[in-house]
Design a protein around this ligand. Structure first.
Ligand SMILES: [Zn+2]
Length: 267
């Protein structure tokens, strides 16, 4: 069956026989792995549409259990992402994360729109790429139904005010922990992070709420303070890993190494 779809290229790999495998995120078919005989030499403009970060239209042949790409047309190539190594690594991480959390034959319109919003925003941005990346991660949680509970304590159920102090965030329980529950047995330490329970500034709750109710493009002129950024980055990384089984992404450690000049410790 011949069909066509819009898509964003997540990855391209070469196979031993000289063909290419393209991993594509399409709104209607979800994540697709498709082979193609289109080469870099053959049809220049078509080949461009097969590179990572490209948003294009793809002519597909769908057999019972596989896809192949017969034609491709670039709608937008986010080539400026490659101008800055930190920007590039943040975008590579976003593609890798997208690949992990999407599936075949699953309507992916929401994640597709979000990824497009992210790529458009980060391409234009000059610095502070972590802020749109954190918004991307937060909205992935929302779209996959794993968004944390932020208005009431995940242990006792009491409301947690946005300006409350001494609150926590439990990764395993999936949301905020009120002050009195933070005094419970597992959370008495003075460290910032006790197991997978973080002590947080309530600004983090407000940031998560803001991200989940605004487009990434709305962050155009906004950037988080580095301290908040690091804290939220660590929390969300643990959260994604725990709830979506994302594990360690190769690109993430590399992004942080480029950004902060050292490896972030895993503890
Ligand atoms: Zn509580």
């Amino acid at each position: 069956m011949y069909t066509d779809t819009e898509g964003i290229v997540l990855r391209q790999t070469k196979t031993l026989d000289g063909r290419r495998m393209i991993t594509l995120l399409s709104p209607k078919y979800g994540k697709i792995g498709a082979g193609t005989s289109i080469t870099e030499k053959g049809k220049g403009k078509t080949a461009l549409a097969l590179r990572p970060f490209t948003y294009g239209r793809y002519e597909l042949f769908k057999s019972r259990d596989s896809f192949s790409i017969n034609g491709a047309e670039t709608k937008k190539s986010f080539y400026r992402i490659g101008e800055d190594v930190e920007k590039y690594m943040a975008a590579v991480y976003a593609l890798e994360l997208t690949e992990k959390v999407t599936q075949e034959n699953q309507n992916s319109q929401g994640i597709f729109n979000l990824l497009l919003d992210f790529l458009q925003t980060i391409e234009k941005r000059k610095a502070k790429f972590e802020t749109p990346l954190l918004s991307y991660q937060t909205n992935i949680l929302k779209l996959t139904g794993t968004f944390p509970r932020l208005s009431e304590c995940v242990i006792c159920g009491n409301p947690v005010d946005e300006s409350a102090e001494n609150v926590g965030f439990s990764v395993p329980e999936g949301g905020v922990v009120c002050e009195s529950c933070m005094k419970g047995a597992n959370c008495t330490g003075n460290s910032d992070k006790d197991g997978l329970i973080y002590r947080i500034d309530s600004i983090i709750i407000r940031v998560l709420k803001y991200f989940s109710t605004h487009s990434i493009a709305a962050l155009e002129k906004l950037a988080l303070e580095e301290k908040i950024e690091k804290r939220l980055g660590s929390m969300i990384r643990d959260y994604l890993s725990y709830h979506l089984d994302v594990g360690d992404l190769k690109s993430e450690g590399f992004f942080r190494e480029v950004k902060y000049g050292d490896y972030i410790r895993k503890d």
